[in-house]
Design a protein around this ligand. Structure first.
Ligand SMILES: [Zn+2]
Length: 85
């Protein structure tokens, strides 16, 4: 009877410890996931900014050096063709 009681006590303590470890693990995982999401969103924003700069930016004419929008294929001042890529 006494041995059974200690066995049940140990089982209770063990399950309590397992529950504690699981809770700590879940909390750590949630915190890691949150930080990963923040990092990923920052990277997405940075890549979007880079793409945006590539799509509509300002270029300098290789012929006369005038500044014009990259959406234009030729310099509006001297009509020199813009090098693509
Ligand atoms: Zn030009």
């Amino acid at each position: 009877m006494f041995e059974n009681l200690t066995l049940w006590n140990w089982l209770t303590i063990a399950s309590f410890v397992v529950n504690l470890i699981t809770m700590v693990l879940v909390i750590v995982m949630v915190k890691k996931k949150k930080s990963n999401v923040v990092e990923a969103s920052t990277q997405v924003a940075a890549s979007k900014e880079q793409k945006h700069a590539k799509v509509s930016g300002v270029v300098f004419c290789r012929n006369c050096g005038k500044q014009y929008d990259s959406s234009q294929s030729a310099c509006p001042s001297c009509q020199a063709q813009r090098l693509k890529g």
